[in-house]
Ligand binder design. Sequence first.
Ligand SMILES: *Cc1c(COP(=O)(O)O)cnc(C)c1O
Length: 222
Amino acid sequence: MDSGLSQRVAQVEERIERACRRAGRRREEVTLVAVTKTFPAEAILEAHALGLRHFGENYVQEFEQKYPAVRHLEGAKFHLIGHLQSNKSRRAGEIFDVIQTVDSEKLARRLDALGRPLEVMIEVKLSPEETKAGCAPEEVEALAEAIRALPNLRLTGLMTMPPWSEDPEQSRPYFRRLRELAERLGLSGLSMGMSHDLEAAIEEGATVVRVGTALFGERRRA
Ligand SMILES: *Cc1c(COP(=O)(O)O)cnc(C)c1O
């Protein structure tokens, strides 16, 4: 029974390597996070068996269902990449290793209060679309300072999601702005780039790319 995943992992790997080469970067500088939202726990197990170690999920409740089946996977790291409501922060802090979507001091304090070491990133909202979560660019510095003062949180970088466009070049200015913002704040981690625009993201300095469709195929529900 071959789902085709191993071939798609190889294709994505090839794209990442080529983009790194073009940008004069080393492959080890870029972490591939496999985005498994809407796919069952088996997708995580299969990807792990193929050597993937980082997994991204958007919803606390959805990952809670899969967690018992995947929690013991050797070396696996689970990233929350969807918006986190304060009332779900306790559970999120228990089942995720990395929260990429911290966007307020209130949320940061709640996560810190859990008393468990957590790696976090600040989600930055670089476009004015009403629906998008994230910290306003002009507020990122204050939030970074607040997080750095919290003993259980380790701030590793910034994350963003540009407005959707078929053309990956449309994402590039957003990637560039995120990198400039991170440089000003002395942060080295940049989570940016998805299935359709990971090359542009890597060229602009991404250290984490979040890839779903190119690995697992089209999602059936949103
Ligand atoms: C779903 C999702 C991804 C993956 O998108 P693909 O286009 O399927 O690669 C990446 N980041 C976030 C925040 C997502 O919600």
